[in-house]
Design a protein around this ligand. Structure first.
Ligand SMILES: Cc1cc2nc3c(=O)[nH]c(=O)nc-3n(C[C@H](O)[C@H](O)[C@H](O)COP(=O)(O)OP(=O)(O)OC[C@H]3O[C@@H](n4cnc5c(N)ncnc54)[C@H](O)[C@@H]3O)c2cc1C
Length: 293
């Protein structure tokens, strides 16, 4: 049963921000998380501010190499975007493994970020692309790097009067690979056991940039920065990739739960990191070979 709440349905961002500032309230975008929490009485917000009619928060643009996605853009919108497939393949990997069709049609990128779940599937891909989150309130706006957005389990830097309005990142440069793998108990509609996103760029035959982002293996999604540093500036070998995968596993702090043990999660981080980096390096092999004698 739902407890009683007051429902505000503004159709302009400005009005939504005024309501949040003057009367307080809990944003609801697709409702695929929050309504379940209300029904199970984990949450009991007296006022909901629905974002569903605010068209300016929905859409995908790529301008001057920068990808900008409105917070109310749905998972289905992401999957339909040929621009995202080209500029941000890991986001499409995540969207393609996300829930089932009904949830994809209503669940949003903003809701996935703001729910602050360590298992939110869009977050590791977005971290692997160095995404930034735009937060707006009635008194102004600010931009926060996604890697700095989370403070702890289900805790973020968003103020109660702020909305996530958009997420942006640079399009994947040439000579780069960007992929996400979701390991779950079954292929569709399952909560992630381990999520690994990798970005690898090469220049002059060496790895010029590496990003490894991990989901569901720590209180928040994280970057395995020590492992990334081991790759940058190097010609990759099997031995180095194995050492990097071991380091990535050492940087996570998973828990045992109904879906998997902590040990299995650590092992899967190692295995998936190794696999994704090896595949990326092999894919970039032509570029590497032309520089390495
Ligand atoms: C059957 C099922 C399957 C699922 N499968 C997956 C899955 O495979 N992968 C996955 O990651 N998740 C999954 N989820 C969880 C959920 O669908 C996603 O996290 C989704 O992206 C949430 O988006 P939403 O718009 O529905 O968020 P909502 O439920 O509307 O909101 C979630 C939270 O974010 C806040 N919020 C929403 N929008 C904003 C905003 N613009 N600014 C500030 N705060 C905001 C809300 O106040 C709330 O606290 C699943 C859920 C269900 C019910």
């Amino acid at each position: 049963m739902f407890s009683e709440f007051c429902l505000e349905m503004p159709d302009r961002l400005e009005d939504a921000l005024s309501i949040l500032s003057d009367m307080k309230g809990t944003p609801v975008a697709g409702g695929t998380n929050i309504l379940i929490d209300i029904r199970s009485q984990k949450e009991n917000p007296p006022r909901l501010v629905a974002l569903g009619d605010i068209d300016e928060l929905r859409g995908i643009k790529v301008e001057k190499g920068r990808v900008v996605v409105g917070s109310r853009t749905t998972i289905s919108d992401l999957l339909k975007s040929s621009q995202l497939l080209k500029t941000s393949p890991s986001v499409i990997d995540a969207a393609g493994q996300f829930a089932g069709q009904m949830v994809r049609n209503t669940g949003t990128m903003g809701g996935n970020i703001a729910c602050a779940s360590p298992a939110a599937d869009l977050v590791p891909p977005l971290m692997s692309l160095d995404a930034e989150v735009r937060l707006a309130s009635a008194s102004g706006s600010r931009t926060v790097a996604l890697r700095d957005y989370y403070q702890g389990y289900k805790q973020d830097v968003r103020g109660a009067d702020e909305l996530v309005t958009q997420v942006s990142w640079n399009a994947l440069p040439q000579k780069s690979v960007n992929r996400f793998y979701k390991l779950a108990r079954r292929r569709g509609d399952a909560i992630t056991v381990t999520g690994v996103a990798v970005t690898l760029s090469v220049s002059n035959g060496k790895c010029s940039k590496a990003r490894i982002a991990l989901g569901a293996v720590a209180p928040t999604a994280i970057r395995a920065e020590k492992a990334e540093n081991m790759l940058e500036g190097q010609v990759l070998s099997e031995t180095l990739i194995e050492a990097v995968a071991t380091q990535a596993a050492a940087e996570c702090s998973p828990i045992d739960d109904v879906r998997a043990s902590a040990d299995y999660r650590r092992h899967s981080v190692q295995m998936l990191t190794r696999r994704l980096i090896s595949e990326a390096w092999n894919k970039l092999a032509q570029e590497v070979k032309s520089h390495v004698k």
